[in-house]
Design a protein around this ligand. Structure first.
Ligand SMILES: *Cc1c(COP(=O)(O)O)cnc(C)c1O
Length: 358
């Protein structure tokens, strides 16, 4: 049977994504070739690419003055590509956990970093909202959803300098006012497709802001990927195909507005259960609670039950519940393809566990 999948990434994908990608592995359309075999320079693949980009623009309502490209190296490569291209003297960052810290670390290789807000004082259990954005920086970088700590910002902030967001784990989970951002990027493996592909949505005039006094290798220049339709080098064709199928699925579900409503419904019942259940509790402050990654722990004094609960989850075909190795406890990742049925299975298991240990 198919398990109840709460993996943090690679994550659960829609049936439509899996079925259509499986079919394309056998034959892409009527091309007589597998998506694994087809040339990235062929008309067959160009059609796949164009459709995927067009769907991305449609689903996320991306304005015409933005380019969408796919690159390699994961979101982690973006941590270095962004300052390499855009950090002339100083950049501002908000520190909301592990991924922000990595981004900050890479930026420091190329210039000054002004960390204008941080939630480290309370162990990253909230999203800081009290900050002033300096105007003498090249850009502000934020992590909109903190995959490991489970905090999220739902607002597209007004920003007097170019705003860059790592949306690896909340892309396409809600409508976004893309026009507020100079760039949005992320690894595709959390809400869009398999691991190995990174999306970059970049405002065309922001490309003019690339630093001029530094030599940048061709593959690390955004312009290279924009000018070559993401095909300066050989792209992972199957990943681009799979992302296209997910975007098609999002559209068929009623778009990101409908997807957001489902996400709110799922996490409302989960967070309500943490508040009610005497054995488990949420670790994230109200108001910052992510809809995509929901960390939770045993109630105080019940920590010794952790392994027993993981064993019960396993017996109930629930996978991916173990917390990140850096924070422990549990985490349910409830990305777009997560269903109420998945959430109900987890809640029933938590209630069964509570009844036994009350
Ligand atoms: C997973 C994740 C990353 C790292 O992504 P890779 O594609 O593995 O490099 C970066 N930022 C966020 C918010 C993530 O969730």
């Amino acid at each position: 049977m198919r398990k109840y999948i709460f993996n943090a990434g690679p994550c659960k994908l829609s049936d439509m994504t899996l079925e259509n990608t499986a079919k394309a592995v056998m034959e892409l359309g009527n091309s007589g070739q597998s998506i694994l075999e087809v040339s990235h320079r062929s008309a067959d693949f160009q059609a796949v690419y164009d459709e995927t980009v067009a769907l991305f623009k449609e689903v996320l309502n991306i304005p015409d003055n933005y380019s969408v490209v796919f690159v390699g190296g994961g979101a982690s490569m973006q941590f270095c590509m962004i300052p390499y291209n855009f950090l002339g003297t100083k950049a501002a960052y908000i520190n909301t956990g592990v991924w922000s810290k990595r981004a900050i670390g890479e930026a420091k290789l190329w210039g000054d970093v002004d960390v204008i807000a941080s939630s480290e004082d309370r162990n990253f259990t909230y999203y800081p909202t009290d900050f002033k954005i300096p105007t003498d920086v090249d850009y502000l970088h934020i992590t909109s959803n903190n995959t490991i700590r489970g905090t999220e910002i739902f607002e597209d902030i007004d920003c007097p300098v170019p705003l860059i967001a790592d949306m690896s784990s909340d892309i396409c989970s809600r409508p976004v006012d893309v026009s507020k951002y100079a760039m949005i990027y992320g690894g595709c493996q959390k809400n869009l497709g398999p691991a190995g592909l990174t999306f970059v949505i970049i405002r065309k005039d922001f490309l003019d802001k690339v630093v001029t006094d530094r030599k940048i290798p061709t593959m690390l220049q955004y312009q290279t990927h924009v000018d070559n339709d993401s095909m300066y080098n050989t792209p992972p064709c199957i990943n681009i195909f799979a992302v296209g199928q997910t975007l098609k699925w999002i559209k068929s579900m009623g778009g990101v507005e409908a997807i957001e409503k489902l996400a709110i419904k799922r996490c409302d019942v989960l967070y309500a259960e943490f508040d009610r259940n005497t054995v488990f509790r949420s670790v994230v402050e109200d108001g910052s609670r992510s809809r995509m990654n929901i960390p939770f722990i045993m109630a105080e004094g019940r920590e010794d039950l952790e392994k027993e609960f993981l064993d019960l989850c396993k017996a109930k075909n629930i996978v991916g519940i173990k917390g990140h190795r850096l924070v422990g406890g549990f985490r349910a990742s409830t990305y777009n393809a997560c269903t109420m049925e998945d959430v109900d299975a987890l809640i029933a298991t938590m209630q069964e566990f509570e009844a036994k240990h009350k």
